[in-house]
Write a new protein. Structure first.
Length: 109
């Protein structure tokens, strides 16, 4: 729940649970942990999903070009690491990444 605290979310869950207990109604909940979700996207699945959704090949080529040969390095207090290849996941901070991630979630559901 964007803009709301974890405490508020817990309060809403507990209130809902209490109400269901009082009215003797079944309650089913599911939780999805999306921590590091962008990091775990398989690129082969991404390319397949984009094709299956009818993405024009020229757009697919542009998106693939963004990812081919992608390298990064880690900045630490002791200095920067050497560059290393990134062959998995979506780019953090890219404007298109949330859209691509939504397509992957839709494919998995």
């Amino acid at each position: 729940m964007p803009g709301r605290s974890t405490t508020e979310a817990i309060h809403l869950l507990r209130s809902g649970m209490k109400k269901c207990r009082e009215t003797q109604r079944d309650l089913h909940m599911a939780f999805l942990d999306l921590e590091k979700a962008y990091d775990s996207v398989l690129r082969k699945l991404l390319w397949k999903t984009l094709l299956d959704k009818g993405t024009p090949r020229r757009y697919l080529t542009v998106i693939k070009d963004m990812y081919e040969g992608a390298k990064t390095r880690v900045r630490a207090t002791t200095g920067n690491t050497e560059y290393f290849s990134v062959n998995l996941g979506l780019h953090q901070g890219s404007a298109i990444s949330p859209y691509l991630f939504t397509l992957i979630l839709d494919e998995l559901s």
